[in-house]
Design a protein around this ligand. Structure first.
Ligand SMILES: [Zn+2]
Ligand SMILES: [Zn+2]
Length: 238
């Protein structure tokens, strides 16, 4: 195996990784959050916003990614040659699978590193505050390039019904000490009839004003979530 083979593979692998981060931004923002989008990804993604614990299973993901990777391989091999094409397809595919894993961990497991903490703050803000910003999940690069990056002010509030288990202290039912100052639980709810927002007066002490300032930025996220819930109830979510 020559150095040229390895160099070509690794170089195009890096291109594939970078290309996925761009695709991640594009698919999430342009397919998932475009107003009126009815494509399968938009429906699945709306369901995820309505119920953040829901993420389509690995079987569906592999059924989609495998033929796409094979077609891409067939298309680029005549152009780049086998080593470089293998690098490109491997970089794209593995970075995509890494994104899928990271997205699951964001919603289901606590962070274990500074990067993990950043991932969750960035994505929680996208979910519950501003669904048209912070569209990159694994990196903020393309949000910065395309002007969809939103700096997150802490603490960031999470609606009570969507608080992930990893955030809670089981003894108190509130944000655990490890995440105090980073997240607050918004225990407000809407009445079923009028839709008027009613405070439940159960926010923890000094965090009330911080959470309310954060809540003031919520309408767009709520509108998206409401649409997503309606889609799910109509049974279009799959
Ligand atoms: Zn998510
Ligand atoms: Zn989204």
């Amino acid at each position: 195996m020559s150095l040229g083979f390895i160099g070509g593979f690794l170089g195009w692998f890096a291109v594939g990784v970078a290309l996925w981060t761009l695709l991640e931004w594009f698919v999430h923002g342009r397919l998932g959050h475009r107003r009126g989008a009815r494509n399968r990804f938009a429906v699945e993604h709306a369901r995820h916003h309505a119920t953040p614990q829901y993420i389509a299973g690995w079987t569906l993901k592999f059924l989609v990614v495998t033929p796409v990777a094979l077609v891409l391989w067939a298309l680029v091999t005549p152009v780049l040659g086998r080593p470089d094409a293998a690098g490109l397809v491997a970089g794209l595919t593995l970075m995509y699978l890494y994104y899928e894993m990271v997205h699951r961990l964001i919603h289901r497991r606590p962070p274990r590193s500074r990067y993990g903490r950043w991932l969750r703050i960035h994505h929680v803000h996208h979910h519950f505050h501003s669904p048209r910003t912070n569209l990159g999940v694994t990196s903020p690069i393309w949000d910065r390039v395309f002007g969809t990056y939103a700096r997150v002010e802490l603490p960031v509030s999470i609606p009570e019904r969507h608080v992930p288990d990893w955030l809670l202290d089981p003894a108190t039912g509130d944000v655990s000490a490890a995440f105090a100052g980073t997240y607050v639980i918004s225990r407000r709810r809407t009445t079923g009839v009028s839709g008027t927002r009613v405070p439940e007066d159960r926010l923890s002490g000094a965090r009330v004003s911080e959470a309310r300032a954060s809540e003031a930025r919520l309408p767009e996220a709520q509108a998206f979530e409401t649409r997503a819930s309606e889609e799910s109830r109509r049974g279009t979510g799959g």
